[in-house]
Design a protein. Structure first.
Length: 207
């Protein structure tokens, strides 16, 4: 009975491991750089885990601060775009607005910061300038119950959330590694079943 219980326990453990790895692989925000960043699988961009690594600053200061960052050995960071396709049409709930997508689609708010730990109820600079008045740029307000934007003079001082185009690193557990782990689990389970059969044969005596 002890061996059978051990086999069932091991089988359950491999099942939990399998589903845990699958859910991690399918998550919209995946861990990168040892927890220093998160990759958005839907937008194909990577967010810095610390939205406030550069503190407050003017638009020009934050452009410099963010572009000169090196996070986990990775450079090339930028301010989020409010108009990815450059059509001068600012939307809220669409992939064209990276911060709007993070808020409305990914559900990242001050009340539900998710993997980011904490989000300030404040304005955050975007990298998008106001085409009608180039001395101003768009900033977005992350609220607990609302998300808004406005255009501000670039001398205003706001937070800047660093983002990086594309995926800055591999998954913590890649798909090939998941396949290897699943294979290892199945082989181990098969081994335990062989031991169980051998044990039953050795301990079965005729009456």
């Amino acid at each position: 009975m002890g061996l059978q219980k051990k086999i069932l326990t091991m089988s359950a453990s491999y099942t939990v491991l399998l589903f845990g790895l699958m859910s991690t692989a399918n998550a919209a925000l995946e861990l990168r750089l040892g927890g220093l960043a998160y990759y958005d699988t839907q937008l194909d961009i990577t967010w810095a885990a610390d939205p406030y690594i550069t503190g407050f600053g003017t638009w020009e200061e934050q452009q410099t601060n963010v572009s000169s960052l090196t996070i986990g050995g990775v450079s090339g960071w930028r301010l989020p775009s409010a108009d990815v396709n450059n059509d001068n049409d600012i939307c809220f709930v669409c992939a064209d607005n990276e911060m709007g997508f993070l808020y409305f689609v990914e559900g990242i708010t001050p009340l539900t910061p998710g993997v980011f730990g904490s989000i300030a109820e404040d304005f955050h600079w975007s990298g998008t300038q106001f085409s009608v008045s180039p001395e101003r740029a768009f900033a977005f307000f992350f609220g607990s119950f609302d998300f808004d934007f406005d255009v501000f003079n670039k001398s205003s001082r706001f937070f800047a959330w660093p983002v990086h185009s594309g995926d800055v690193g591999i998954n913590t557990v890649s798909e090939p590694e998941i396949i290897v782990l699943i294979g290892f689990g199945l082989l181990s389970l098969a081994g335990f079943l062989r031991i169980q059969r051998k044990y039953q044969e050795q301990t079965h005596y005729p009456v």
